[in-house]
Design a protein. Sequence first.
Length: 286
Amino acid sequence: MPDGRKLAYTMIGEGKPVVYFHGTASSRLEVLLLRELAFADNSNLQLIGVDRPGYGLSSYKPRKSLRDFNGDVNSLADHLGFDRFSVLGWSGGGAFALAYHAFNPKRVTRSVIVGAPSLPFDVSTAHDMPLARYIMKIPYAGEVAMRQLSRELLKAKGDPEAFLGTRQGKQLLHGCSKTDLAFFNNSEWVKLMYDSMAEAFRQGNAGVKAVVEEHQLFVKPWTLPFDAIGKGQLWIWHGAEDRTCRVSNAYMIARLVPSAELEIFESAGHFVMFENLVKLGKILDC
């Protein structure tokens, strides 16, 4: 980076560039969950997962607003030679993807945000578990809890089953809908998800600070120029049974960006994106 920091990214596939904004408490490796999308026989997409500051291999830097990450994305796009590209954001990453699109509409061909929070995020429903609520309402207590989560992730030493058997792992499962829980029958998918979460805390306390910091940003109101997003540029996806981020968030974002295409998937949860990769590919490849 121009200021001497490191910005880490992972690229898969070949074709039209799509910058992927990973979920909060995750990392660039989350993009590997989309391998089927990148390597399908008729795929024409190159997906680029980027570690936000403090996660994975990206140097930590405090962020006071959602737009603070936009400069990093622009620097990466310039480095890779991308003038225009699509944007895809899942969960907490959806808020950052939306912020990027709103402030950089001339660089974004189209964007899809999935299971994303609307701000200020309703703390009472966060992840359907106390951990996220502590992070948002009582940052110090949340930081202590997040350190424990990071320790358990790293202590499992690559064994997702060992982590899921811990108190922290059981809390994460508790926040999943019935359809989300079905994904945990796929050992390969679970390993990729675990690896991405463990990578988030590679730098130890920097990763913890990044998670707490992002949750603090989520309880602030939107300050985005939504009018800059043109018709046919933004898709909002959400699972009706999402317990991590309630479906009401999608409706609120849609009201703020009336030009967006809103699609609610009945009987789907927070992992709705991974159940609809073919449809997602068609949107991003246009």
